[in-house]
Design a binder for this molecule. Structure first.
Ligand SMILES: *Cc1c(COP(=O)(O)O)cnc(C)c1O
Length: 357
């Protein structure tokens, strides 16, 4: 499909950031956005790149009432030679379509998603910061726009992509943060939507996040919704443990979001010579392992932070200190290896890096 483009005269462009390392996550947006409409009659149509602007929606639009909404989170990096790089974008396009299917929304051909992202990024190249750790965060989103209060799938949708330049996730260095585990509030239940990126999942998690922050921890450790014992995720990240020199992560049982970082770490780690295993772990086993020092590292994995080491864990009011609250060697090694590939500093033996031409 031919993309209609409305390009601004250069004096209308927003001033670029002066210090990319000082950028806060998701607060600043670029000059343009991409939009694509869907109706039952026409299917997906009218692809357009236009100046970033407010949306005009009917207050009865289904997205506002029943959260028929899905999104993705990706980053565009600038390589040392100035190329625009994406990391496994086809995986994101595939996951967006899985999310759409789960939420009764129409899918979008993977190749089209990649073409739309590429066109927008080419126009917005000046917004991709080039310091290590910085990137241009990309947020593809689909919302239900039909104005009707019946609980049923919408017949109209809007797909849009916005871009936000982001600074390093850890401006003060790669230091561990604290986790607080919630026995009462669950993120995702069997049969629910935990395995897809649907907005409603995150609204429902805010109360636990707020509680964790009030208690001085930065992320929530999510337990399973049935027994409140099995460890699932941390914040909006997948979780890894180094236990007896083995890298362990919970299996994708349907309540865990299948992270692309998670999948990549499993491959990289085994190539770096650490044994990996997908295994369910209870919170009791974890606490015992931390005390006996068989658990030497705990870290989160996701696009935003890549790897986020955890140094403290609060379970039922008791605090456990992991690896003396220091970043462990595997967390650091995996972070270095993965980011070197993402930023195009190292050859990519996996075929994960996608260069936009
Ligand atoms: C997005 C997300 C992740 C991480 O996925 P990546 O593809 O690695 O960015 C993990 N858990 C949840 C709940 C998420 O929303």
């Amino acid at each position: 499909m031919e993309i209609k483009k409305t390009v601004l005269p250069s004096e209308k462009l927003k001033p670029l950031f002066t210090d990319a390392t000082a950028l806060l996550f998701g607060k600043q947006f670029t000059d343009y956005m991409f939009t694509l409409d869907y109706t039952k009659e026409k299917g997906w149509h009218n692809p357009e790149i236009k100046p970033y602007s407010m949306l005009t929606l009917d207050p009865a639009a289904l997205v506002f009432h029943y959260s028929q909404e899905v999104f993705e989170g990706q980053k565009a990096y600038k390589s040392p030679s100035g190329d625009i790089l994406l990391f496994r974008p086809r995986e994101n396009a595939r996951r967006l379509n899985k999310s759409l299917e789960r939420m009764c929304m129409p899918t979008i051909p993977e190749d089209d998603i990649l073409a739309y992202e590429s066109e927008l990024l080419k126009l917005e190249k000046r917004w991709i910061p080039d310091q290590k750790g910085t990137a241009l965060y990309m947020r593809p989103t689909v919302i239900a726009t039909e104005a009707v209060l019946g609980v049923r799938p919408s017949s109209r949708f809007l797909f849009y992509i916005i871009l936000s330049p982001s600074g390093p996730y850890f401006p003060e260095g790669f230091n561990p943060v604290g986790l607080w585990s919630s026995r009462e509030i669950s993120r995702a239940a069997e049969g629910g939507t935990g395995a897809v990126k649907a907005g409603g999942n995150y609204g429902g998690s805010l109360l636990a996040i707020q509680t964790a922050v009030d208690k001085g921890y930065s992320q929530v450790l999510w337990l399973d919704a049935k027994e409140h014992r099995y460890i699932e995720e941390a914040g909006a990240m997948n979780l890894f443990f180094v236990i007896n020199d083995k890298l362990i992560t919970p299996p994708l049982t349907g309540t865990i979001l299948p992270g692309i970082t998670r999948k990549s770490i499993l491959e990289i780690a085994s190539d770096l010579g650490i044994q990996t295993e997908e295994k369910m772990i209870t919170i009791e086993e974890l606490c015992e392992g931390i005390q006996e020092e068989t658990v030497t590292e705990v870290f989160g994995a996701g696009t935003a932070a890549v790897v986020s080491p955890f140094g403290k864990l609060n379970v039922d009011g008791e605090e456990y200190i992991i690896n003396n609250n220091q970043t462990g060697p595997w967390s650091k090694k995996i972070y270095d290896e993965l980011t070197a590939i993402q930023y195009g500093e190292k050859p990519d033996p996996y075929g994960w890096v996608y260069t936009i031409t």
